[in-house]
Design a protein around this ligand. Structure first.
Ligand code: BEZ
Length: 212
């Protein structure tokens, strides 16, 4: 089944560096970021895994549990973890799923045969507490991801869930937002946006950041 934004994230059980994980149960009432790595003991992945560990306070603030997956087995991940900790100067504080049978890679369509028959591309799935996929990003193996961009996009998703706003180009938490075009009742708008708004065009209404 093709995975889209809005699809329920496929559930699975798989071994990890922190023991067996039943994915939906493991997510619990939080959000998850599931991200794939082509292979253990590879340079780009090593830097990415360290970067995600260093962002722990940022994931926690947003109620997010990161979880990595690579097609090697858990024993290999555990050996690799020592290298990651040594070279990136941080302890790993989230699980890496073993996936030697490619169960997760297949469920999430992480193997793109035109890129490589057996290794995964760099996929990112942001999954909310209802287990719904909210964001999908795919990078080739040779391009390391920008996890600050993933945090920025999660800030936008979580803000949209609370307030009837969208976020403009290059938006960052705290910046002005856009009132969604479907909201047109001025009474409701005054209630939702007590700080007011500026109508640049009827379809482009800017309001100050509505969050705390
Ligand atoms: C890496 O993680 O460094 C990598 C993995 C596969 C292909 C190219 C780079």
């Amino acid at each position: 089944m093709a995975l889209h934004i809005g699809t329920i994230a496929p559930d699975f059980s798989q071994d990890s560096t922190e023991g067996k994980i039943n994915f939906h149960e493991w997510i619990g009432g939080k959000w998850a970021v599931l991200f794939s790595h082509p292979k253990d003991f590879t340079p780009v992945c090593t830097t990415e895994l360290g970067a995600v560990a260093k962002l722990k306070a940022e994931w926690d603030k947003r109620n997010i549990k990161p979880i990595a997956v690579s097609v090697d087995d858990v024993d290999s991940h555990k050996r690799w973890t020592k290298d990651i900790e040594e070279t990136q100067g941080t302890k790993l504080n989230y699980p890496i799923l073993g996936d030697p049978d490619r169960k997760v890679a297949k469920l999430y369509d992480m193997i793109h045969p035109e890129a490589n028959d057996t290794l995964t591309v760099r996929s990112v799935f942001v999954i909310d507490s209802n287990k719904k996929i909210r964001l999908i990003i795919t990078y080739p193996a040779s391009t390391g991801r920008n996890f600050n961009e993933i945090l920025r996009a999660i800030d936008s998703l979580q803000l949209t869930d609370k307030h009837s706003v969208a976020t403009p180009v290059d938006w960052k938490k705290g910046d002005d937002c856009i009132i969604v075009p479907s909201l047109t009742d001025p009474v409701v708008m005054k209630q939702k946006f007590p700080k007011g708004w500026k109508e640049v065009k009827p379809y482009l209404r800017i309001t100050p950041y509505p969050g705390d």
